[in-house]
Ligand binder design. Structure first.
Ligand SMILES: Nc1nc2c(c(=O)[nH]1)N[C@H]1C(S)=C(S)[C@@H](COP(=O)(O)OP(=O)(O)OC[C@H]3O[C@@H](n4cnc5c(=O)[nH]c(N)nc54)[C@H](O)[C@@H]3O)O[C@H]1N2
Ligand SMILES: Nc1nc2c(c(=O)[nH]1)N[C@H]1C(S)=C(S)[C@@H](COP(=O)(O)OP(=O)(O)OC[C@H]3O[C@@H](n4cnc5c(=O)[nH]c(N)nc54)[C@H](O)[C@@H]3O)O[C@H]1N2
Ligand SMILES: [Mo]
Length: 765
């Protein structure tokens, strides 16, 4: 396209000098240049801490520090020397703080003391840890039923913290574990469990060194998984094809200059990454993969008709899969017209994808939120798996399925038992080890927890990290839900909006971050462990002095609440909190795959959890890799919007300067936006038309007909290279438009990537 777009100059690539400059700014801006820089050298090192940035795997040759701009931001955000002490809370009422932005709140720095909400003065006041634990325990025990409490987890919690948390909640009596993954990769877990018998990816970092073709679907690694870009780039340099499916032209996926490569930096050079950049309509990926399947089957039919060998991996299909015929029938029954309309791609583009697939011996497919946050996400991921099965691209070197996780330990939290629908084997193991009757009723996920708080059937909310009120849909309603609770408890490092809607009894409990030294009562340093997207489990130990002497580790805080709530008869919480090795021994005894945990996790790269699907053992209902035969959705939101004069479909994504609800800065460098976040991207022709009608700044209204009024006010229009009829803007500002009433089929994930909206002149009635 040769219209003016807001992206940076054509020559500028992702990474490069811009990344280095931005890093300096973030280290200095955090006012922690020294400890921040020292901390960085230890990120993802054998004897350092796991980077809190993302869940991408760590290279084998861990000695050379992998530079990552957004890792720098994550580390310096935590290593800041700014503080939010009791004096800060004395100066500001909670009502006043509710008027601040997320950016301003977290900009005040690290929390230093346990705080309790005082309704009379509308302020948080300091409180002792013992008083806090005692009151929280008493409040939890006063509830009519344990299912009235919600135990939320954000995916940064370590394996040790998450394990204790689930053990505590189950001893208390509930499986209510709303988890950030419900809003994230839930569809991946469900679809992969159905397809290959395990809800995780099957590839390792080494596979990226061998693949001939990599399909990157609905993901923006330049911003969200920058270290992945290095692996993609090395693959592209070897001659592997990188096929990108993304409605938006993301700079990081086009070209990349490696900040670690001095020659490249001096010459201002950069390398192309994507060999094919396809821009489907929002929610059009299932149709794109179905089209690929049509093209692949057609090529295979032709080969067979000419007496050539089949292009498919017939041995794999016969020995390891089930359901091919039904899927083939569904593919044949899907018309090209439907595929082209839904995907928004041309037949030539889809055939080119099939050609890359057929021309490669080893194929990897990766995906993230562009795939998982739609109504038909589970069906889409199953379709991706279907296509991958055709040539046996699961369970062999250089090939496989790779959902790229978000939070650095979201996968590990699930592994150690954060699961509102726990498998019986997990509960059986816990019962054997701890001699109690575990609750068997399924608990609440995020949407169910919100529903329960809104209708009053849930009365307590405990948050292990995260920013529940801002990360969820219909933010205003969720804030009301939290505020109507009897008890709210937030275990956190920095102040955020979820803390500003306290229940009748409200606590904010400050914890150590991953970069900080965690010493036990005998002065011995403790490590925690995490699992990355490649199922590698490794240790993480902080190196910075804690932000305040009053901080406690997440593990110690959970232990304190647990001891005050369920007592220490069955579990010696204090002893566990004092020696993380003992928690790992319990994990080893109750969760499969952790034999030798304490020894293996102290090896440089840790160890890999066994993944049976990667060995071609498929523990599905039929014991084989299973094809799905879902029809395409009748219409996607994009198609519905396109059929009207005035409705658009809006996706909410991340800028380059944010970590989920944490805003580091107001720039989105790769998309050419500086100093503001209230922008909405649109195709230049759509934009010209809107601007002519409404002016430069618009209000955005949600049009889902469920009785709720939804408005996001005052957004500036920015032209961008993307399909017509679609809009894009930033989460969490736009969460006021994401409806609680639409969710992914089976996954229950909010449909944050396909929100129906109309645009209006500012302040028009
Ligand atoms: N620096 C940084 N790193 C992060 C995070 C962060 O906020 N900041 N968040 C972490 C977390 S929790 C997560 S889950 C991951 C998120 O990582 P991503 O999934 O990369 O996150 P998003 O910014 O939501 O980007 C979604 C991408 O999908 C595209 N997309 C949207 N809809 C569609 C569609 O229908 N089809 C296709 N093919 N593409 C689509 C968008 O244009 C965008 O490029 O990153 C993790 N890492
Ligand atoms: N519209 C829209 N909504 C979305 C998404 C989207 O793409 N669009 N993405 C969804 C996704 S993928 C996710 S994962 C969720 C994220 O949802 P959450 O995980 O709930 O949100 P975060 O913004 O990651 O949480 C930030 C807060 O965590 C706390 N924190 C940071 N580090 C630590 C720590 O080490 N320990 C503790 N205890 N607390 C800590 C800080 O107080 C900080 O304010 O949001 C979802 N919401
Ligand atoms: Mo996520």
């Amino acid at each position: 396209m040769d219209h003016p777009v807001a992206s940076p100059k054509r020559s500028s690539a992702a990474g490069g000098w811009g990344a280095l400059k931005s890093c300096g700014k973030h280290l200095l801006g955090s006012r922690a240049p020294l400890s921040g820089a020292r901390a960085l050298m230890k990120a993802n090192q054998p004897d350092g801490f796991d980077c809190p940035g993302c869940a991408w795997g760590d290279p084998e040759h861990g000695s050379s520090f992998e530079f990552c701009e957004n890792g720098v931001k994550a580390v310096s955000w935590e290593a800041t020397d700014k503080r939010t002490p009791p004096a800060f809370f004395a100066r500001h009422t909670v009502t006043e703080l509710r008027g601040w932005t997320d950016y301003a709140l977290e900009g005040e720095g690290r929390l230093t003391h346990p705080m309790r909400y005082d309704a009379a003065s509308d302020r948080y006041l300091p409180v002792s840890w013992d008083e806090a634990f005692a009151e929280i325990g008493a409040e939890l025990n006063a509830l009519a039923h344990p299912d009235q409490a919600e135990f939320y987890t954000s995916g940064r919690a370590s394996n040790e913290a998450a394990y204790l948390y689930q053990l505590f909640a189950r001893l208390y009596g509930t499986n209510n574990f709303p988890d950030c993954s419900n809003m994230c990769h839930e569809a991946s877990g469900i679809a992969l469990t159905q397809a290959i018998g395990v809800g995780k990816g099957t590839v390792t970092l080494e596979d990226f060194e061998r693949a001939d073709a990599i399909f990157v679907v609905g993901q923006n690694p330049g911003t969200n998984h920058p270290r992945m870009l290095g692996d993609l780039r090395r693959a592209a340099e070897r001659g592997a094809r990188v096929v990108v499916l993304n409605p938006v032209r993301e700079r990081g996926l086009e070209r990349f200059a490696d900040p670690q490569n001095t020659v490249e930096m001096l010459r201002g050079a950069s390398r192309p990454i994507a060999s094919h950049y396809l821009q489907p309509r929002l929610g059009g990926d299932m149709a794109a993969f179905r089209g690929m399947a049509k093209a692949i089957f057609a090529a295979d039919d032709a080969a067979l008709a000419e007496g050539r060998p089949s292009l498919l991996d017939r041995a794999f299909l016969a020995k390891h899969t089930a359901g091919l015929d039904a899927w083939r029938a569904a593919v044949d029954a899907t018309a090209w017209d439907a595929i082209l309309d839904q995907s928004g791609l041309t037949r030539a583009e889809i055939e080119a994808m099939a050609e890359v697939y057929l021309g490669a011996d080893k194929v990897i497919a990766t995906w993230a939120m562009g795939v998982t946050q739609h109504r038909h996400s589970v069906a889409t991921i199953r379709e991706i798996a279907n296509v991958m099965f055709l040539r046996g691209h699961v369970g062999r070197p250089g090939a496989g399925l790779c959902p790229v996780r978000g939070h650095s330990n979201v996968q590990g939290d699930r592994t150690v038992g954060i699961n509102e629908k726990p498998p019986a084997a997990l509960l059986d193991a816990l019962e054997r080890e701890f001699h109690f009757e575990a609750p068997r009723r399924h608990g609440h996920n995020v949407l169910a927890a919100i529903g329960a708080m809104l209708d009053g059937s849930a009365r307590a909310f405990i948050g292990l990290g995260g920013n529940f009120a801002r990360a969820t849909p219909d933010s205003a309603l969720v804030a009301k839900a939290l505020g109507s609770c009897r008890l709210t408890v937030h275990i956190a490092t920095k102040l955020n909006h979820s803390h500003l809607v306290p229940g009748a009894v409200g606590y904010v409990l400050p914890c150590l971050g991953r970069t900080e030294i965690d010493r036990n009562s005998r002065g011995k340093t403790q490590i925690v462990t995490v699992e990355d997207s490649m199922s590698m489990v490794h240790g993480s130990g902080g190196i910075n002095k804690p932000a305040s002497p009053h901080l406690r580790s997440e593990v110690a805080i959970i232990a304190g609440i647990a001891a005050a709530t369920v007592g220490s008869e069955r579990v010696d919480w204090v002893a566990l909190a004092d020696d993380h090795d003992r928690i790992r021994e319990l994990i080893e005894r109750t969760i499969p795959g952790f034999a030798g945990y304490n020894t293996r996790v102290r090896r440089p790269r840790g160890f890999m959890l066994r993944n049976l699907a990667a060995e071609r053992v498929f523990e599905t209902a039929v014991g084989r890799a299973t094809f799905s035969d879902d029809p395409l959705p009748e219409t996607t939101e994009h198609q519905r919007a396109a059929a009207t004069d005035d409705t658009f479909v809006l996706q909410t994504f991340r800028s380059h300067d944010q970590y989920n609800t944490t805003i580091y800065g107001l720039d989105d460098r790769y998309r050419g936006v500086y100093g503001e976040r209230r922008v909405v991207f649109a195709h230049p022709e759509d934009l010209a038309e809107i601007r002519g009608r409404l002016g430069d700044r618009v209000d955005i209204r949600g049009t889902h007909r469920d009785g709720m009024e939804r408005v996001a006010e005052d957004f500036r229009l920015v032209p961008f290279d993307m399909p017509r009829g679609a809009l894009a803007g930033y989460y969490p500002e736009l969460n006021v438009l994401v409806p609680l009433s639409t969710a992914g089929a089976q996954s229950d994930t909010p449909t944050s990537k396909s929100v129906l909206v109309t645009l209006h002149a500012r302040n028009a009635a």
